[in-house]
Design a protein around this ligand. Structure first.
Ligand code: 9MR
Length: 452
């Protein structure tokens, strides 16, 4: 592996050394030198979230609105993650048994991925929105059909979905802490883990989530019950990577003051947490700000998805719970969210822990290895497996800046904090030096690895 001179020696590097590195790396260094304070304050939700440790800010999307130019303009400008609001549900993808209709879902996935947005798959197994033929099934016939659906759908989208909601809403409301009664539950208590195992087998690189609503308040019986299930799955090696908190603070359910405890408690089990369907009645600025700050405070909180773009797009439009009004104008809640993101200090977790499987991309896996650390900077190397030509997206936490790279061709987004490194024929390991610029704890995050 060849390294260029910058960043590999033991004495601190100055601007002079930076001149030896790529022009883009130079720009990054100069930017860090001449622009004081919060120089990189992002102007969109997705860009700002990406700067906070490679997080995402996403939205639910309805395919039939993609041709609405006002809608698509906001979507494409603000968000770097999407969830299909209805198009990847069971009734949409398998309306007749054995007949799969992927066209509309594919359109959403294509729209997102062609613009660099990550996709959440929602949802493989659920008691609701089952097609008629499935609603009428029970027992082993239903179990087999459910697992076949999981396998077929996860296989169809393999490599394109960053996170699957493998199972949605399987716990009962109220104080029982019990599973929700449903035709799926009546096939046996192990239906959830069976679905996770099938999903892992079909799409091994996707992150697999359990997703539910009313699991936001740490002391609620439902929250505790889901927590115990995830703990049990981790103890027994059932493949689960993440928990999605829908966080519909609509319809009478409020933001709880112990929300951050809930996020960090799930995270402490060794799973990522995602806020998957956020909307808040009347869009109060303080509650939206609190949700953002709580997510930023928990290193394993990977991002926030709002359940629609404009109030008029919301499933509860009468509550005006979203960040844009019906005319597509930014509401005060939008400003509160963007400011909280821009001001946020992301939780960093343990910086020496090598990052995990990248959540996005397809056809390869990138593994990050921490390198030498100096007082003002540190090195990182990334090894790609599964492909000989590839591109790997790496996100840096501002004010840190990558100052030099080796063994790859880097390009950068407008913030300078997201680098796409393409193979340049010099092998499957590339590296880079990151200037800490006052933040010594944050470490890079791999966002995706894409073959070809
Ligand atoms: O927003 C969705 C709405 O358009 C559908 O009619 C409804 C049908 O079940 O599902 C809504 O989305 C739900 C999501 O899939 C799961 N969590 C609750 C969401 C709001 O009901």
């Amino acid at each position: 592996m060849r390294k260029d001179s910058a960043g590999t020696g033991s004495r601190p590097r100055g601007l002079r050394a930076a001149l030896a590195v790529s022009a883009v790396g130079l720009l990054a260094v100069v930017g860090a030198v001449v622009l004081p304070g919060n120089a990189s304050a992002a102007s969109t939700l997705g860009a700002s979230a990406a700067e906070r440790g490679g997080r995402y800010f996403g939205t639910a999307v309805a395919a039939n609105k993609l041709n609405d130019s006002a809608y698509a303009t906001i979507l494409n400008r603000e968000f770097n993650q999407v969830t299909a609001e209805n198009e990847m549900k069971i009734d949409a993808l398998q309306p007749q048994q054995g007949q799969f209709t992927y066209g509309t879902a594919d359109r959403i996935v294509q729209h997102a991925r062609s613009r660099g947005m990550q996709v959440r798959g929602h949802t493989l197994a659920w008691h609701s929105q089952q097609p008629g033929w499935m609603q009428n099934m029970s027992g082993s016939t239903l179990r087999t059909a459910m697992l076949n659906h999981v396998t077929q759908v996860a296989t169809h989208f393999r490599g394109q979905i960053a996170w699957w909601d493998v199972v949605n809403e399987a716990f009962a409301d109220g104080s029982s802490g019990a599973r929700r009664d449903s035709n799926l539950q009546r096939t046996g208590n192990d239906w959830i883990e069976a679905a996770f195992r099938a999903a892992r087998q079909a799409d091994p690189n996707a992150q697999l989530c359990y997703n539910d609503y009313n699991i936001d308040n740490w002391t609620d019986a439902k929250t505790q019950a889901v927590y115990r299930m995830v703990q049990d799955f981790k103890n027994r090696g059932v493949p689960i990577d993440c928990v999605g908190l829908q966080s519909h603070f609509t319809g009478g359910s409020n933001y709880p003051s112990n929300y951050r405890t809930t996020l960090s408690s799930f995270a402490a089990l060794g799973v990522d947490v995602h806020i998957t369907e956020l909307d808040i009645r009347n869009a109060p600025t303080d509650a939206y700000r609190n949700v953002v700050n709580d997510c930023l405070a928990v290193a394993r909180c990977k991002g926030i998805t709002v359940w629609g773009i404009r109030d008029s797009d919301s499933w509860r439009s009468n509550e005006s719970p979203l960040l844009f009004d019906g005319g597509g104008n930014k509401k005060p809640a939008y400003d509160a969210v963007l400011t909280a993101l821009n001001n946020g200090t992301p939780g960093t977790g343990n910086p020496t822990t090598p990052p995990t499987t990248p959540p996005g991309g397809t056809g390869c896996t990138a593994t990050m290895t921490p390198g030498q650390v100096w007082g003002d900077r540190y090195n990182t190397s990334v090894t790609v497996s599964g492909a000989s030509t590839w591109s790997v997206v790496v996100a840096i936490t501002s004010p840190q800046k990558i100052s030099s790279t080796w063994s790859g061709n880097p390009t950068w987004d407008s913030s300078g904090n997201v680098m796409t490194m393409r193979s340049n024929g010099s092998g499957n390991t590339f590296g880079f030096t990151t200037m800490m610029n006052g933040n010594s704890s944050a470490r890079p995050q791999i966002r995706s690895c894409t073959a070809g």
